[in-house]
Design a protein around this ligand. Sequence first.
Ligand SMILES: Cc1cc2nc3c(=O)[nH]c(=O)nc-3n(C[C@H](O)[C@H](O)[C@H](O)COP(=O)(O)OP(=O)(O)OC[C@H]3O[C@@H](n4cnc5c(N)ncnc54)[C@H](O)[C@@H]3O)c2cc1C
Ligand code: FES
Length: 289
Amino acid sequence: MFEVISNQQLATDIFELTIKAPRIAQHHRPGQFCIIRAAQHCERIPLSVADKDSGAGTITTVVQAAGHSTQEIVRFQPGDYLLDVVGPLGQPTHIGNPKYAAFIGGGFGAPAGYLMLKALKDAGAELLAIIGFRTRDLVIYEEKFHNVSDELIVTTDDGSYGHHGLVTEPLGERLANGESFDLIMVVGPVVMMAAVAEVTRPYGIKTLASLNPIMVDGTGMCGACRVTVGGQTKFACVDGPEFDAHQVDFRELSERLKMYQAGETQAYEAGPHQCKVEPRYWQVRENDG
Ligand SMILES: Cc1cc2nc3c(=O)[nH]c(=O)nc-3n(C[C@H](O)[C@H](O)[C@H](O)COP(=O)(O)OP(=O)(O)OC[C@H]3O[C@@H](n4cnc5c(N)ncnc54)[C@H](O)[C@@H]3O)c2cc1C
Ligand code: FES
């Protein structure tokens, strides 16, 4: 059982949970994720580690209450216990020795880049961060990115805050003006990652995308997280989640993410799951004395 230390709402439907998980905090490396199962009847939900404190033995994750299971996770309050937190999972980011690197983050994907940038900073890189949101009210982690990067650009689709437009615009301008990066990392919605890959492709800049396919076990057994990279099948949970963005089949990833949409909507509309077996089990136990 994993104690929730804090739960803070950052924006509409976006919550930051800090969880006591000393072993994960100790072993986690940037780029890796964890899987949370809130309670017995819940799905296993992959979530990035947005921050950690090895001393305090805590990890922090930023959760968008997108559907049924994430809604259940964000209901947990300080002092409550999550049933399972498994991790760290996946491969750590290969930081290398870039002199100038950029992180491009979108929506709830942006916090996933914070520890990557911290690691790049520690490796001595100069850093540009571009984080994009639909509108001002959804802007999160601005101060944290400001503290860790040399330059931060915030974009909003509707122009209500920062640069008016998509994250690809300031990035494209920089590249067109002759700026060159040793590494670009991107985390966010599939369409955004695909667009960033197209912007950097003509310049041949190494671009890593952290993919978010549907996952089940997170250990390479079930195949749910199958993605095609450079024509080869990879399992994002064990081979990734980061891959060369120029090689990823984003169209297939997008299609696979929609596979269970009808069921997801049904589960969301039905509200929290009511287990029919568990009450019966306890009743039988009681009757048996
Ligand atoms: C490695 C990894 C790291 C992730 N990190 C985070 C994170 O830090 N914070 C966070 O909020 N979410 C993160 N996600 C996405 C998160 O796991 C999904 O949003 C979640 O599984 C949705 O479950 P649900 O039952 O609440 O919603 P569902 O009812 O399953 O889906 C609701 C909506 O979300 C979409 N969706 C479902 N699964 C995904 C997915 N894997 N990625 C994107 N959209 C999805 C559906 O198409 C649907 O529109 C991550 C996913 C992966 C694979
Ligand atoms: S989630 Fe099952 S193989 Fe990756």
